[in-house]
Design a protein around this ligand. Sequence first.
Ligand code: ADP
Length: 518
Amino acid sequence: MDSLQNGTFNISHETTKEDFNLLLQALDASISGIILTDNRLPDNPIIYCNKAFETISGYDRSEIIGHNCRFLQKEDRDQKERQLLREAIKNGENCIVDIRNYRKDGTLFYNELYMSPIKDESGKVGYFIGVQNDVTLRKKAELDLRQQQDVMEKRIVERTKSLKESEDYLASIVQTVRESLIVLDPEFKVLSVNDHFLKTFKVTIEDTQGKLLYDLGNGQWNIAALKELLESILPTNNPVEEFEVEHDFPHIGKKLMVLNAHRIELEGQYKDRILIAIEDITDRREIERRKDDFLSIASHELKTPLTTIKGLVQVMQRMVPPEVSDKFKAILDKTGMYIDRLNNLIAELLDVSRIQTGNIELHKDSFDFDKAVHEAVEAIQAATKSHNIQITGTSNEKVLADESHIVQVINNLLSNAIKYAPDHKEVIVYISRVSNYVKFSVKDQGMGIKQEDHKKIFDRFYRVGEIQQRFPGMGIGLYICDQIIKNHGGTLWVESEPGKGSTFSFTLPLNKPQPDGN
Ligand code: ADP
């Protein structure tokens, strides 16, 4: 193996030409590129390459032989693998590297290069054999994987950052809200409280953090009913809503607090925590009380002179001389009518204040429910030409209730059905007996009510926004009805959709033993 001839070797005296050709054919059949370099010549030139090496590199054998391998790196010299190769050649050692090489046409390919020294009997390195494989696809897959990993890592960093930001953001909200907030662990130990809590209850972090909720202050939250509700939050996910606590608190005295509690979870951070928001409603309740007092006094004060006026008008109506004009009589009648209307409004306001002070008196008596409904409907029908009220069904029951109050409820629901359905004249009343209740429903085909208002319309002075100007009213009728029905042990509710009409229903217990004896 001493000299080169057209990129092949001279035949030594020990091998036959056939053997040698066979060897060369075998090397050319390999899919790995194979080169031999002569380490004894200056710059360790390539003295042999097989066909696969030509294919991989894109160079012709004549352009390869005699060159140092570095031409394959073109200008891309700054590769640490080159240093590894140099070291291995210098030390006469094996070496395997993945190195960036370039084909003749300039395209990059990754070369998995295995270099191995060929030593003579004395151990001196004469040649190197290089076996090369194009691993571009594998390398690309590796690079893609690394790139994906980098992207993932970047995303994780960003996500962590945004989580941290949202946590900081939440923390800043928690610190600025004007409600006292407590976060509890599942064992009801205080994990944190906000500044507003500390200020409101005049306590320090040390007084609260790590303590059991029920041991705070002088045991103000240690209320059996509250405990039961709080303990069901995590298992059922049901929040505690508007739980009122009136208590003589340490440092701040007697206060009325309202509590709302929810289960909270911050994805990837924590779960199963309870957030309690506490609002001091002492002042608000006091203002409401004064407003109610004012209403009660004002309506009482208005009622007295109005009763006198009504009496006087009635006297005038009786004393009208025959020669008085019809116009005068009509004016007098209208005055009487408006006085009645005013009287009704004041009576409603008085009802509200009576309910507020718990002074609503029920005079319960047994009466025929169906008959009462029929009479109430007839009275309303007589006063309205615009609508047609139909009654369907019967209960055939007597109820033990305050008839005048129940009639007041029926009147109110019927008046609303007429008032809020000005363009639809059909109003249907259903009567039935359901289990040991009588059930009354009134269905109109009017404007309907949005779901979010279904509960609110039973609050006093609540009127659905858009109707304020179109329809007269004070927003207290349904509140009174609801209270009356509740006081009788029944329920009042609405089923309605905007534009599809409303059905208001109430039930009243029959005060009879149930068939199963309960
Ligand atoms: P008022 O009629 O004086 O406003 P109510 O307490 O009787 O007071 O009713 C409260 C509100 O409920 C009304 O303002 C109206 O917005 C809504 N409402 C009551 N009845 C009906 C009905 N039949 N159809 C649509 N809306 C109704």
